[in-house]
Ligand binder design. Structure first.
Ligand code: GDP
Ligand code: MG
Length: 177
């Protein structure tokens, strides 16, 4: 088997301010219970994690915002990712309304692949400033044929489930060849 078979590359995409870097930070600190923001945010985080009793190397990339639409870095993101997490904030309807366009761009960049994409409604802890309901998120994901999860990067709620879910999605695609 290919030596890359156990490396899983996950790309965080989405608008500014939705919590991508905070989510990446929770990944670097999956076992921890702290909710602080990372002191030195990085471009990528690599960890060995056990998912369904099998260890994988998961690399989470937080580089989407460094690229411009149509630029080489965005294209690099598209070609590098084995799975994509499209993050929006449930407190920011504008970030939610951008999702379909972003997904179209991802799929256009990899036309021959059945790309694993998870729609991530982040900041679920901010109940009073919520602008997008759980049902709306679910419904959009259904319409776009992708998975959906709500997370709170601040409280580390559902963050482990998110990254494990990404690994499972990638495995599913690889097992189908
Ligand atoms: P990015 O621009 O997508 O990388 O977003 P950041 O990770 O920099 O987060 C933007 C702001 O939202 C920061 O002030 C974070 O502390 C805050 N934030 C991120 N995730 C959450 C969350 O789940 N809940 C709350 N309450 N705030 C969050
Ligand atoms: Mg960021």
């Amino acid at each position: 088997p290919n030596q890359n078979d156990s490396i899983f590359r996950v790309m965080l995409v989405g608008e500014s301010g939705v919590g991508k870097s905070t989510l990446a930070g929770t990944f670097s600190d999956l076992q921890g219970d702290s909710s602080h923001e990372p002191e030195n945010p990085e471009d990528s985080y690599e960890r060995q994690i056990l998912v369904d009793k099998e260890e994988v190397t998961l690399v989470v990339y937080d580089i989407w915002e460094q690229g411009d639409a149509g630029g080489w870095l965005r294209d690099h993101c598209l070609q590098t990712g084995d799975a994509f997490l499209i993050v929006f904030s449930v407190t920011d309807r504008r970030s939610f309304s951008k999702v379909p366009e972003t997904l179209l761009r991802l799929r256009a960049g990899r036309p021959n692949h059945d790309l694993p994409v998870i729609l991530v409604g982040n900041k679920s802890d901010l109940a009073r400033s919520r602008e997008v309901s759980l049902e709306e998120g679910r419904h959009l994901a259904g319409t776009l044929s992708c998975k959906h999860i709500e997370t709170s990067a601040a409280l580390h709620h559902n963050t482990r489930e998110l990254f494990e879910g990404a690994v499972r999605q990638i495995r599913l695609r690889r097992s189908r060849g």
